[in-house]
Design a protein. Structure first.
Length: 385
């Protein structure tokens, strides 16, 4: 770890120096001063920084020469932060964060130029413009998503799930869709990811659960179908989520077991938290599935530590079963694993009769995919019964 030590009155950098690094004050104090036309402007002290404060980072970020001078007010120890460390972090940051940072920097540079009696600085570089455009696009899309939620413009579609033992549709998976007023259909991967990055994932989840309960109220039959709803790790952090689902279900007089929860595999799963959610679900007759098993952050610890009722085999394996020996072997292994831990098997992505019959022979309980039915509005599900 590289540290730099200064004595009182020693300069850390001067105006016009290249930005080789930033600094974190560990001990002592640093004063930031501005100059005009090469002469020190004593009244113009921009900041006095102490332990735990960062300096020199702005020039590193926008790769500009130092616009101020930094001097130690007393004996000072600084941690040196290499410019590449900062640039790597920024390259991987959310574009909205980069846009906000760029806006702050432009305002700071403009204010400093005016205080020093200079004209406003040069326009921002092209890469900063690109970051701003991307960030603004995300801001706009987030605002439009909020508006769609408030105006009930999200659509929930229902993909049928076949019971392989009875060859009848046993239930549906609720899938949220969004048609933007100017862009048209927005990919669920895009807007769900956006919702996950913000607080919007909570109202989106509530929206889908509300729609699922209302759909079940209209789908009442004997036997009663179920509707499965996807829940993310961030939604599970909301302690009251399942209780509100139970209250909605009971208020409509829906039978236990008609709502199922599908938890998407994620690196962010908190085992203690998820175990508590599953226990709460079981206490209220809500079955819980592990979604997309075998992809992403899939690992056996999920099945070892969490009492899932079902495993959903990802469609990537099913679609390749007859063209890849490895895919076939993986499906057989997951099915055997599910049987061994007494979990039901739900298979996604079934598109051919050949796939369906083989999965039936393997002992899978449920299947969904385009062979059984595409995601469709509730009215279509009602008409197909």
């Amino acid at each position: 770890m590289l540290r730099k030590t200064l004595t009182a009155g020693e300069y850390l950098f001067r105006e016009g120096d290249p930005p080789t690094s930033a600094f974190l004050v560990e001990e002592g104090a640093i004063e930031i001063r501005a100059t005009r036309m090469g002469e020190q402007l004593l009244p113009m002290v921009l900041a006095r920084l102490g332990p735990g404060e960062l300096l020199g980072e702005m020039s590193v970020v926008d790769r500009s020469l130092r616009t101020a001078t930094a001097m130690a007010l007393e004996d000072t120890v600084l941690l040196v932060i290499d410019s590449e460390q900062i640039r790597d972090r920024l390259a991987n940051a959310d574009p909205i964060i980069r846009m906000l940072l760029d806006g702050q920097m432009k305002r700071y540079r403009s204010m400093l130029s005016l205080l020093r009696g200079n004209e406003l600085g040069d326009p921002v570089a092209n890469d900063a413009v690109a970051d701003t455009d991307h960030g603004l696009s995300k801001f706009r899309l987030e605002s439009h998503l909020r508006d769609a939620l408030q105006r009930n413009k999200l659509e929930v579609r229902y993909q049928p799930i076949l019971d392989l033992a009875t060859d009848c549709v046993a239930g549906y998976e609720a899938l949220v869709r969004w048609r933007h007023p100017t862009r048209g259909p927005v990919s669920p991967d895009e807007f769900i990811k956006l919702a996950e990055e913000t607080s919007l994932i909570m109202p989106v989840g509530e929206y889908v659960f509300d729609a699922a309960c209302a759909a079940l109220d209209r789908l009442r039959a004997e036997p009663m179908p179920f509707v499965a709803v996807n829940v993310s790790a961030r939604q599970l952090a909301n302690a009251g989520l399942i209780q509100r689902v139970v209250e909605r279900r009971d208020a409509l007089g829906l039978p236990p077991g008609c709502i199922k929860v599908e938890i998407t595999e994620s690196q962010a799963l908190d085992y203690l938290q998820v175990a508590g959610v599953i226990e709460h679900c079981h206490a209220n007759k809500i079955a819980v599935s592990l979604d997309d098993f075998g992809t992403g952050y899939s690992h056996l610890t999920h099945l070892h530590q969490l009492d899932f009722d079902a495993i959903k085999i990802d469609q990537a394996f099913v679609r390749e079963m007859f063209s890849s020996k490895r895919a076939m072997s993986i499906v057989r292994a997951i099915v055997a694993l599910g049987h061994a831990i007494d979990a039901e098997l739900v298979v996604e992505g079934v598109e051919t009769r050949e796939q369906l019959e083989l999965l039936r022979e393997m002992g899978c309980r449920f299947a969904q995919g385009y062979l059984i039915g595409k995601p469709a509005p509730l009215e279509s599900a009602l008409a197909a019964r």
